[in-house]
Design a binder for this molecule. Structure first.
Ligand SMILES: [Zn+2]
Length: 230
């Protein structure tokens, strides 16, 4: 590869900033290819059957369902898992990218089992799942608390909550924020947003992406999106 001496381009300098000086407009919250895209019950992915173009499997990380991640999230997961391993913690991927069709079958199965009202508390409707962004990992450590609240008290769960931001991950569905995020506390569900934003969120003490960006609470789907007779 030839050596190039071109200077690194300057980032755009004209975006608005809030009191903390963090440029909240630097990346899009709407573009599904943006690592800041915000997907929730009021914000379906657009297009609704979006599929990332840069999916790959993270290397050297146990991956129960063999699901890929977007390039940046895969690299971050590899770094996170290596750092955890250095602390004697075995971090594995339970679930990562799930495509639109998969979410359709998953959600329909939950409705059949528990009814729609219950399903909506723990599973996203198709097109509203963060897993469809390719930027989300459900982590586990094989300690018997997979996808359960007790994961927060496992050594790996506690380490992830403390160090996830160093690798660009945020705990996306924190405790007591169901009215904001639309989902129950999920100490296993981590969303890649990049180190800069994850660290800023951590330092700000703001628990959710919705609150950080001043977006409306997304505790439930918009009425127009709800099927009649629910
Ligand atoms: Zn998840």
């Amino acid at each position: 590869m030839p050596d190039t001496t071109e200077p690194t381009p300057e980032p755009p300098a004209s975006s608005p900033a809030e009191a903390d000086g963090f440029d909240r407009a630097r990346l899009s919250l709407d573009d599904p290819d943006s690592i800041w895209v915000i997907s929730n019950k009021l914000r379906p992915l657009n297009p609704i059957d979006y599929t990332p173009g840069d999916l790959r499997m993270p290397n050297d990380v146990p991956n129960n369902n063999g699901q890929p991640l977007r390039e940046a999230a895969a690299t971050a997961t590899e770094q996170l898992a290596a750092a955890a391993a250095a602390e004697g913690l075995q971090v594995r991927v339970l679930s990562a990218f799930r495509d639109y069709a998969y979410q359709v079958s998953l959600y329909d199965g939950y409705i059949a089992r528990d009814g729609q009202a219950a399903a909506d508390t723990y599973s996203a409707r198709p097109g509203h799942s963060e897993h469809q962004t390719g930027l989300v990992v459900d982590f586990d450590d094989g300690g018997g608390c997979a996808l359960q609240e007790c994961f927060e008290s496992t050594p790996a769960g506690a380490w992830l909550a403390e160090h996830g931001h160093e690798y660009g991950f945020v705990l996306r569905y924190p405790r007591e924020k169901e009215h904001v995020t639309g989902f129950m506390y999920e100490p296993w569900h981590f969303r890649y947003v990049g180190v800069e934003l994850a660290t800023q969120l951590r330092e700000s003490g703001i628990a959710t992406l919705e609150e950080f960006f001043g977006l409306p609470d997304a505790g439930d789907y918009a009425p127009a999106g709800s099927p009649a007779g629910e």
